[in-house]
Structure formats: structure tokens, C-alpha cells
Design a protein around this ligand. Structure first.
Ligand code: HEM
Length: 483
């Protein structure tokens, strides 16, 4: 049997032998027939891509599980990919992932309509309501976690603390509804979601073992059931965006089961990144006393001005030091791929004047984590957390960064770019700001071991949004006004 498979793989290799033409990017197929570089890519995409960059430069094509993927790593040339939606299609690969991760197939025009609808809810006049609802839920959950009269420290892993609180508050704000007393317990949704999240990258790559597949499918099914009531409330004032989303699905003839699957996808898109981002920010601050002091100083000036934490929903309250620390955090830990499918042959013009032919049927992938975000030509000591990296000497926001002497249009890209960029960016930033403010001003928060270091990154998650730690960072916290 094994011999038969090997023979088939070899035959496949011979039949589908691909050679590089002169006008194409350097081709690196890897030694293993069909699989190519898939194993190395899946284990640590950043390390692999850096190795290939050393070998081939800023553009190259690799074979990954039967597909040919061209990696482009020159940020000056990114626009040629991002702005060409005729030759380079976003939806095809997104649909592949949707099906693999969520077992979901949606009508073709649906995602575009949904995006327009979400923009109106997450970016428009509804944003202040969302922000203050989030603030209230965060405050309520934090108080329930640790009542004001509690005198003892509570110990917890920082990742679990951040992800758990932000997920539950986000769920209540966007999925649970304000007045919905019958809403499913957010902790149950979080517990199931965490399990699902653990399978995410393997689901996306189709590499689950039989037993894991069974568990992943049953967790996914439990989440579909838990999410069934979300957005169904007669009163569309609770979760209005979800109400509108479900209506859109219904208008497109999407059945109820598929609607639940689509709601799980939205849970992932809206809740999967904020908790991990807040974790990394607090982890960097707690392990960098100077940065922590600077952010606390900025917050304390604000807290003297105002009485309520809810003030942070107000955009006019400026927090440049916090903003810089957050941007620096995202530079170091936001690691999405921007992937497009080549639907018609394209000549890709590079910023240095060279041109490369992209073959129809291949994929093109930008990995902004490697460049611009971790590029030593752009950032001095790119591995290091410097909270004020995005501040000028006069305290104003620093936006100008250069590569090869040329100003960069994109110096960090945690929110994606172009038509499929994040529609939740302002809400996400406001949420993290409220959360970090609440923790740092109303609570004493410190490392259990003052010498503890930032945990390692889980390297299998490169390409899937915010990175997550391997293990956790133990912290303790208690309400500040109790001595
Ligand atoms: C730190 C937090 C966040 C980060 C780093 C982040 C990042 C991203 C990125 C990179 C994408 C593009 C994904 C792709 O290429 O397919 C994206 C899409 C999206 N994000 Fe966020 N996001 C965050 C928080 C949020 C929040 C809080 C919301 C909801 C209010 C949200 C809603 C969405 C939605 C709906 C999409 C899909 C847009 C589309 O249809 O193309 N995100 N996000």
C-alpha cells in the first residue's frame, strides 16, 4: 500500500513537473514530491520564509502541498498586488478557508454585501454605542471576577485573563444583546471557542488526525448550537449588526444551519484577535518597567481629568504613548498573510523596476510580519519592544519610516490592507485601550515572578492573525483602592 502511494506521488511529480521560465520568480519546489515545503511552512512559516528570503530575495515561488505560492516581501511593491482585484482574486482562497475551518459555503455575492453592512455598523454612527456597551460589559465582568472589597491577590495566567475577559465582553456586546437575559452564558461560549481555536490552524491546513478531526467537529457543532439564538431577538436593537447580517443571509436564501456556521465565522473574525493583542501589550508593559511607567503616567493624567472610565470612548481624548505601545505590540505579534489567487496571468511590476510573470492558478502571498514589521532595514533591533518607537521626540505620532531611502506607504500592516482590511479596527483599538486603562488604573497588576520573561510564540499560528503564546505569563491582581 505504502509503495503504491509512493509510486503515485512520484508519478505525480513526473507528470506535473514544473520549470521556471526566465520571466518568473525564482522557483523552489522543495525535495518532497507534491508536499514540497508544506511541513516546514506549517511548523514555522516565519522562519521558513526568512530562510527562503535569504536564498532568493524579495520574491520567490514555493511549492506547498501541491500548490505554488509566490511570496512577495518588498513592501514598496505591495500595492501592485493589493490594488489589482481583476487578476488577483481575494474571495477564492477565502472560500477555501471558510469551507475548511467553518464547513461553510456562502453565495458568491454575500461577503461583499456583508462587508458594506458591517462598515455601517462598526465604523459609522453606531460606533460610540458599541464602545460604551463594551466598556460596561468589561467593567461588569472585571468586577465579577474580583469584587472591589477583595483584599487578596488573585493569580492567573495573563493570556487567559485577557482572552477570557475580552472574549466574553465582546460576545455580550456583539452577539448577546444588551437586554437579552436569556442569552447563552458567555463563559460556555468562550470555553468551547478556546477548544475550537486550538484546532484552527490544523483545520485550515487540513492536517487534523482522525481523532482530532472528530473532536474538532463536535466542538464546532456545540458552538453552532450555542450561537443559534444569537441575533434572533425580536428586538433588533440588541446586536443590530448581527440582526442585519442574518437578514442578509436570509435574503440570499441561506438556510438556518448555514446561518449558524456563518455566525461562528463572525465570532472568530470579531473576537479572535483582541484578547491576544491585549495580552501581548500587557506582557510587554509588565516586562518593561519604563514603558509601563510611561503608559501609567499618561493614563493617570487622564483619570485626574475625568471621573468615569467610559470617557475612553471619546475619540478626542488622546493617548499617544498608549497608541505607540499598541502599534509596537502589533508590529511584533500581528502576523496575517494577505493571500490572492492569480485568476489571469499577470506581470507583476516591482518597485525596483523589475517585472515577474505570475501564473494563472498560483497564489500570491504577502507576509507583512517579515517585511515591513520585522525588517531590520526599517526598524533598528526589530525583535525588541520599544514602546516609543512610533513617537517623535516632541511626543507627536511618528508615521514616516523608510526602506532603501524611500518612504514606506505601509510601515506596519496588522489590520490587513485594501478591500479586505479590518472593518473593526477603531472598535478594536478602543476596546484594548479601555481594557488596559481599567486594569492599570483600577487594579494593582504585577508579575508573580518579577524576573519572568515574555513566553515564546506558538510558531504554528503564523499567517492566522494575532499570534498566541506557548504557555502563559503568571500575574496577580487586586482592586487598587483596597489596602
Ligand atoms: C487586534 C484586533 C484585530 C486585528 C489585529 C484584526 C485584523 C484583521 C485582519 C488582518 C483582517 C483581514 C483578514 C483577511 O485578510 O481576510 C480582518 C478582517 C476583519 N475584521 Fe479584524 N482585527 C481585529 C479586531 C476586530 C474586531 C474587534 C472586529 C469587530 C468589530 C473585527 C472585524 C473584522 C471583520 C468583520 C473582518 C472581515 C472583513 C471582510 O469581510 O473582509 N476585527 N481583521
Amino acid at each position: 500500500m505504502i509503495w503504491a502511494i509512493l509510486l503515485l506521488v512520484l508519478l505525480y511529480g513526473v507528470i506535473t513537473r514544473r520549470r521556471r521560465s526566465k520571466s518568473e520568480p525564482p522557483l523552489d519546489k522543495g525535495r518532497i514530491p507534491w508536499l514540497g515545503h508544506a511541513l516546514e511552512f506549517g511548523k514555522d512559516a516565519s522562519k521558513f520564509i526568512n530562510r527562503m528570503k535569504e536564498k532568493h530575495g524579495d520574491i520567490f515561488t514555493v511549492r506547498v502541498a501541491g500548490r505554488y505560492v509566490t511570496l512577495l516581501l518588498d513592501p514598496h511593491s505591495y500595492d501592485a498586488v493589493i490594488s489589482d482585484s481583476d487578476s488577483l482574486d481575494f474571495t477564492k482562497y477565502a472560500q477555501v478557508l471558510m469551507e475548511r475551518i467553518f464547513n461553510l459555503k456562502l453565495p458568491h455575492e454575500q461577503p461583499a454585501k456583508a462587508k458594506t453592512m458591517m462598515k455601517s455598523h462598526f465604523l459609522g454612527v453606531n460606533l460610540p454605542t458599541l464602545k460604551s456597551s463594551m466598556g460596561r460589559h468589561l467593567q461588569g465582568l472585571l468586577k465579577a471576577e474580583l469584587p472591589q472589597n477583595q483584599r487578596d491577590w488573585k493569580e492567573e495566567g495573563l493570556f487567559n485573563l485577557c482572552y477570557g475577559l475580552l472574549f466574553r465582553a465582546g460576545y455580550l456586546t456583539l452577539f448577546g444583546g444588551e437586554q437579552n437575559n436569556n442569552a447563552v452564558d458567555p463563559s460556555r461560549v468562550y470555553e468551547e471557542y478556546k477548544k475550537f481555536d486550538g484546532f484552527l490552524t490544523k483545520l485550515a491546513r487540513g492536517t487534523l488526525k482522525t481523532e482530532e478531526k472528530k473532536t474538532a467537529e463536535s466542538v464546532r457543532k456545540r458552538l453552532w448550537d450555542l450561537l443559534a439564538p444569537a441575533g434572533l431577538n425580536e428586538d433588533s436593537a440588541s446586536s443590530p449588526w448581527l440582526h442585519a447580517y442574518k437578514q442578509l443571509l436570509q435574503e440570499d436564501g441561506v438556510d438556518e444551519e448555514t446561518q449558524r456556521k456563518a455566525v461562528l465565522m463572525q465570532l472568530w473574525a470579531t473576537q479572535g484577535n483582541v484578547g491576544p493583542a491585549a495580552f501581548w501589550l500587557l506582557a510587554f508593559l509588565l516586562t518593561n518597567p519604563e514603558a509601563l511607567m510611561a503608559v501609567k503616567r499618561e493614563f493617570s493624567q487622564i483619570s485626574q481629568m475625568e471621573t468615569s472610565e467610559i470617557f475612553l470612548v471619546d475619540r478626542s481624548v488622546k493617548t499617544p504613548v498608549f497608541d505607540s505601545a499598541l502599534e509596537e505590540t502589533l508590529r511584533l505579534t500581528a502576523a496575517s498573510f494577505i493571500t490572492r489567487e492569480v485568476v489571469q496571468e499577470k506581470i507583476l511590476p516591482m518597485a525596483d523596476g523589475s517585472e515577474y510573470l505570475l501564473r494563472k492558478g498560483d497564489r500570491v502571498c504577502l507576509f507583512p510580519f517579515v517585511s515591513p514589521q520585522m525588517d531590520p532595514e526599517i526598524y533598528c533591533q526589530p525583535q525588541k519592544f520599544e514602546y516609543d518607537r512610533f513617537l517623535n521626540e516632541d511626543g507627536s505620532v511618528k508615521k514616516d519610516f523608510y526602506k532603501g531611502g524611500k518612504l514606506l506607504r505601509y510601515h506596519t500592516m496588522p489590520w490587513g490592507a485594501g478591500t479586505n482590511g479590518c472593518v473593526g479596527k477603531p472598535f478594536a483599538i478602543s476596546t484594548i485601550r479601555q481594557f488596559v486603562y481599567m486594569l492599570l488604573t483600577n487594579y494593582d497588576l504585577e508579575l508573580c515572578d518579577s524576573k519572568a520573561e515574555i513566553p515564546e510564540i506558538n510558531t504554528s499560528r503564523y499567517g492566522f492573525g494575532m499570534l498566541q503564546p506557548e504557555g502563559d505569563l503568571l500575574v496577580r491582581y487586586k482592586p487598587r483602592n483596597v489596602h
